[in-house]
Design a protein around this ligand. Structure first.
Ligand SMILES: [Fe+2]
Length: 248
């Protein structure tokens, strides 16, 4: 299938632990394109504790903007029907809503959606509290790779609670295809069965291991839960988020 949208990607080179250089980004983009992906939102990590001061954050953001422009130029020359967007994957910290409001970290493509990650052992209280705070400030939190948090895996019903507070749930494509046994596999099965998942994304970091591939997971979800639901997760839901973007 052609026309997938990938809302979680570390393809932007030399900014985090994703693509190490422009050549790696090119390889990744080719893989993504050949897999049927036609829109990618780059979401480099933002971890407040890695910065010493605001000036360093500003330099980091200026650097990201420059590289993003280069990536857009490359994509438009090579792939005329590929769209690129910019966001960030924000590691939760106590002033996360303020950091977003002050533009230290980027929401998804200038929309009110924010991709937020937690420590894998984060307490449910912290996750819930962050979702509540962000929702109150008018943001729509997308919980990155929800299958990674032990406090959710332990009690999948908590996912419903987070959704009621305004969160969207993102699961990694590789988890869908590669995790077959154990607690996480059972968690994934439960949340899909109850149709609690909103978005599947690649969380791609390279061209050999954590790759930008969605088609395999799409086939699996289609076969198990129906093509209609699969299309929502891989195309319609991410598309409706990106359609809300006001381009700079
Ligand atoms: Fe990520």
């Amino acid at each position: 299938m052609v026309g997938f949208l990938d809302l979680h990607s570390h393809m932007l080179p030399s900014v985090d632990d994703g693509a190490k250089d422009i050549e790696e980004m090119k390889k990744m983009m080719e893989l993504a394109y050949n897999d049927g992906i036609r829109a990618i939102c780059f979401t480099p990590h933002f971890k407040l504790y890695e910065f010493e001061d605001e000036e360093q954050i500003e330099r980091y953001n200026a650097h990201i903007n420059r590289i993003f422009n280069d990536a857009c130029n490359y994509a438009s020359a090579e792939y005329e029907d590929m769209s690129l967007f910019l966001g960030s994957e924000i590691m939760c910290h106590s002033d996360v809503a303020e950091s977003i409001s002050e533009n230290f970290c980027k929401n998804i493509a200038n929309t009110s959606y924010v991709l937020i990650e937690f420590h894998f052992k984060a307490s449910f209280y912290d996750i819930k509290n962050t979702v509540t705070k962000l929702s109150r400030k008018g943001f729509i939190p997308i919980i990155a790779h929800a299958e990674r948090y032990s406090e959710l895996v332990k009690k999948p019903a908590r996912v419903t609670e987070l959704k009621e507070l305004g969160a969207l749930i993102q699961i990694n494509a590789r988890s869908v295809t590669n995790i077959r046994f154990g607690r996480v596999a059972r968690f994934i099965k439960k949340v899909f069965k109850k149709m609690l998942v909103d978005i599947i994304a690649t969380d791609a970091h390279d061209s050999s291991h954590r790759t930008p591939i969605l088609s395999e997971a799409f086939e699996k979800i289609s076969a198990k839960y129906g093509e209609g639901y699969a299309k929502k997760l891989f195309v319609e839901n991410p598309n409706s988020i990106l359609n809300k973007c006001s381009k700079e």
